[in-house]
Design a protein around this ligand. Structure first.
Ligand SMILES: [Fe+2]
Ligand SMILES: [Fe+2]
Length: 312
């Protein structure tokens, strides 16, 4: 299907008329190509076709905007200040905020596909992969690597082509002498490692505990609570000797688990409060200051459960 048929099929004519009009001609051709390719990949791999088309429509909405406008929007939307002066990284994050604010899109899967279309990230969802790859291989991309990636997608599938695309993107950034984006490195490692889906909850919990040990966390404890808790299978507890270490231990766990594709659902508390709780769904990681650990003594709550000794 070409983009016109796709747009009509999903009843997106009015939205496309509005978005397409604002894009420069060369950006329009690219965006139409991403819409068609993303739609095809979405149907092939089982992602939502309509969301793929909408994400493609918006992904480069701010690509041609001036640095000043983009930097202003980074501030207005409360995005990471490090995005200022880096339009190639900021345009996707800004587009996602714009979609939410101006067009009322709230769907996290849709917004994340736009948000991470230039960097990728560990634990990329299917729709994120589809948009990332479609952006690289849509028909108007005429560099040699795009041809190779198209072939790889056909013969080896989405993940293999995406892994190669991420590797190519890292090589390109290095060649230009620019700093590699941490999310891209993590996305590549995530794909290389086959993603967290291959690991059990216990293995992920062990990885968290081992990381805490390796980073000199104090009294690292892993408790198996799956028989008695309805909200988690494993709880990991460690203390840091000072506020800085509490913060860095939590960061180290987030990095280590990110590499295997496990992302926290949310993180509560900050280092100065003496307790950071990282919620990974079936795994809860608690990093305490010594005082707060003694105060809360959460090990006591689970004293009947099996404690697994972890050594760094
Ligand atoms: Fe882009
Ligand atoms: Fe693009």
């Amino acid at each position: 299907m070409d983009y016109k048929e796709i747009v009509a099929f999903y009843g997106l004519d009015a939205l496309w008329a509005e978005i397409g009009r604002t894009l420069k001609p060369e950006r329009q051709a690219h965006t139409r190509g991403v819409m068609e390719t993303a739609h095809r990949l979405a149907l092939k791999y089982g992602a939502d076709g309509r969301k793929a088309v909408i994400a493609a429509m918006f992904h480069d909405y701010f690509r041609g905007a001036g640095d000043e406008e983009l930097d202003g929007l980074v501030g207005r939307y409360g995005l990471d200040a490090r995005l200022k002066g880096r339009p190639s990284l900021s345009h996707g994050k800004i587009a996602a905020e714009h979609m939410r604010e101006r067009h009322g899109f709230e769907d996290a899967e849709l917004l994340d596909a736009v948000r991470f279309h230039t960097t990728g990230r560990a634990g990329m969802a299917l729709l994120e992969k589809v948009i990332y790859l479609a952006d690289c291989i849509e028909p108007s991309r005429d560099y040699e690597e795009a041809g190779l990636l198209r072939g790889l997608e056909e013969t080896a599938g989405l993940d293999a082509a995406l892994e190669a695309a991420l590797l190519g993107s890292m090589a390109y950034v290095r060649e230009k002498g620019e700093e590699l984006d941490g999310d891209t490195v993590k996305a590549y490692e995530f794909l290389r490692n086959g993603g967290a889906a291959l690991l059990t909850n216990k293995e992920i919990a062990m990885r968290a505990a081992e990381t805490l040990c390796a980073k000199k966390g104090i009294d690292v404890t892993l408790i198996d609570v799956k028989d008695v808790s309805s909200y988690a299978d494993f709880i990991v507890i460690a203390s840091g000797s000072n506020e800085r270490q509490v913060g860095s231990l939590a960061d180290d766990v987030e990095d280590a688990l990110g590499k295997i594709g496990a992302l926290p659902r949310h993180i509560e508390g900050r280092a100065p409060s003496g307790w950071i709780l990282m919620d990974y769904g079936d795994l809860l990681v608690n990093v305490f200051s010594r005082d707060q650990r003694a105060t809360y003594n959460i090990e006591q709550l689970w004293s009947d459960c099996e404690t697994i000794t972890v050594e760094g």
